[in-house]
Design a protein around this ligand. Structure first.
Ligand code: XMP
Length: 516
């Protein structure tokens, strides 16, 4: 089954991913390629339409990003947005000039050609979001103006060549009728069917995995997080018992997590899971270590050692392992291929990746075309429980980076108790799904307290709750006082060994989300 695709060429706009999301929300598949993608690569996707994104450059910049201009000769419906409009004008013989006034922010657009297919159903005046310096001054032959603002051109078209372009950003929230414009392009102009549903994705991915794997054997490192769980369930759906998942208890998981992940994925969903309780191995490697990076390195190295042992054992039992499943998501794929170049992302240290070279496994990445919320939709469609799909991110080195100072079994147990209370109270207040991460941190600070008639001298626990889009930046969450109050009194009353609770009110930057 061929997937209808809209190709988005990325000229470096911060909104490029949003264009892809807007189109996918219409159940039409879209991919982002760097603007420098070879024409053959674009054509191989048999695009129904092409969108040229915005970008921060001027077409006259020495290093202005450029696509192959022959793209504009293919007869494939094309929509230019902002820089995409300048690119079209510049390469088809028009003229782009630096505008006397930089337009940035809200603007009102008057539609002059309401008959052009891109503007079907829109009123004569629409509110839009502008963000540009340059402006098209002379249009290429065959193009006409379709829209203006009070001082600038806002839209052009050449229906015969199937090229439309707008100066504003229809993909952003601040252009309220933008979705209608994108809908017009995708359905009326490109003729998409809108059949890229979770069911379609699951069906086509499952048959692709079957064809890829054949009779081979596949392993998957489960972390209990959303991505690796959904990837595993998808592969399991395709090849059943040819998949073995490895789930390692590294001794710094949250309370009952080792059991609950097995219950959810093995008992409820039938995955074949090898659950390895390696807590003691990990905790002995952490004894005496206080430096955060050393903790991470030791946990990472030990994980590879355990995974390697298990994989070798599975290979012996099954006659060989050929494939490894990874839960790579689309934003990671775009980050590493776009014109912005590979940027340092949180994911680099996140994924269960970094497995030993010598294993020489071929990769299966069934989620590499999906955004996080799409992964959740797919998971939901496959009947996965909400407590797996709604889980907040949890770092690979687990509670070890939330126990400041040495990680000992006693401290892990204390933090597990406190953490469970934080999460339970936030869930009870109905806030868990609105918060990016919420957790407790155990500080190596002892202070004096009084309980009943007794003097106490015990640990301090910090509570952290943050809002974030992607973990790169974050704001601390103003949790309601009532929630803070119940968290604090429950921890102090129920966790013997902690007698003081403080709330972390640091944003990122300058702080980080984790304390180590
Ligand atoms: P920071 O603390 O850097 O965290 O603001 C950003 C996001 O990354 C997670 N994080 C990690 N995840 N291994 C991981 O798998 C790590 O070593 C690690 N350190 C931080 C953190 O939970 C947050 O979501």
């Amino acid at each position: 089954m061929d997937t209808q695709t809209i190709v988005i060429l990325d000229f470096g706009s911060q909104y490029t991913q949003l264009i892809a999301r807007r189109i996918r929300e219409l159940n039409v598949f879209s991919v982002v390629l760097p603007c420098t993608a070879p024409l053959t690569e674009i054509q191989a996707l048999k695009p129904l339409g092409v969108i040229l994104s915005g970008g921060p450059s001027s077409v006259y910049d020495a290093d202005a990003p450029a696509a192959d201009p022959r793209l504009l000769e293919l007869g494939v419906p094309t929509l230019g947005i902002c820089y995409g409009l300048h690119f079209i004008v510049h390469h088809l013989g028009g003229k782009v000039l630096s505008a006397p006034l930089r337009e940035y922010g809200h603007a009102e657009v008057t539609i002059e050609d309401g008959a052009t297919a891109l503007f079907a159903g829109l009123p004569a005046k629409i509110q839009v979001w502008m963000s540009h310096g340059d402006e098209a001054q002379e249009l290429p032959a065959g193009f006409h103006r379709t829209a203006v603002t009070s001082n600038a051109l806002a839209g052009i078209a050449n229906e015969e060549r199937r090229i439309w372009a707008v100066q504003f950003h229809p993909e952003v929230h601040h252009t309220p009728l933008g979705p209608q414009l994108i809908r017009n392009f995708v359905f009326n102009i490109c003729g998409a069917a809108g059949d890229w549903t979770p069911a379609h994705f699951i069906e086509s991915t499952v048959s692709a995995i079957r064809a890829q794997v054949g009779a081979g054997h596949v392993i998957c490192g489960l972390s209990g997080g959303v991505d690796s769980s959904v990837a595993a369930v998808l592969v399991h759906k395709a090849i059943g018992s040819q998949l073995t998942c490895i789930f390692v208890n590294n001794g710094v998981l949250r309370k009952n997590e080792f059991e609950s992940v097995q219950k959810n994925l093995r008992d409820k969903l039938g995955l074949n899971i090898v659950a390895v309780d390696a807590s003691e191995r990990f905790l002995s490697k952490l004894a005496g270590v206080t430096d955060p990076e050393t903790k991470r390195k030791r946990i990472g190295a030990e994980f590879i050692a355990v995974f390697d042992d298990e994989a070798a054992r599975i290979a012996k039992e099954t006659g060989g392992v050929d494939w490894l499943v990874q839960g790579t998501l689309y934003p990671d794929v775009i980050e590493s291929s776009s014109v912005k170049g590979p940027s340092q992302t949180i994911k680099s240290h996140h994924n269960v990746g970094g497995l030993p070279e010598h294993m020489k496994l071929k990769l299966i990445e069934p989620l590499r075309d999906l955004f996080k919320d799409e992964v959740r939709r797919i998971g939901r469609d496959m009947g996965m429980p909400d407590d797996v799909l709604g889980r907040q991110p949890f770092p690979g080195p687990g509670l070890a980076v939330r126990i400041l100072g040495e990680v000992t079994p006693e401290r892990v147990a204390l933090l597990q108790e406190a953490d469970e209370i934080v999460v339970a109270e936030i869930r009870a207040a109905g806030l868990y799904n609105q918060i990016w991460q919420s957790f407790a941190v155990l500080l190596p600070v002892m202070s004096v307290g009084v309980m009943g008639d007794q003097r106490t001298y015990a640990y301090t626990c910090a509570v952290r709750a943050v809002q974030s889009e992607d973990g790169m930046t974050a704001d601390w969450t103003p949790l309601p006082y009532e929630v803070l109050k119940s968290i604090s009194s429950r921890i102090v009353n129920e966790v013997r060994g902690i007698n003081r609770v403080v709330y972390d009110i640091t944003s990122k930057p300058p702080g980080t989300i984790e304390w180590e």
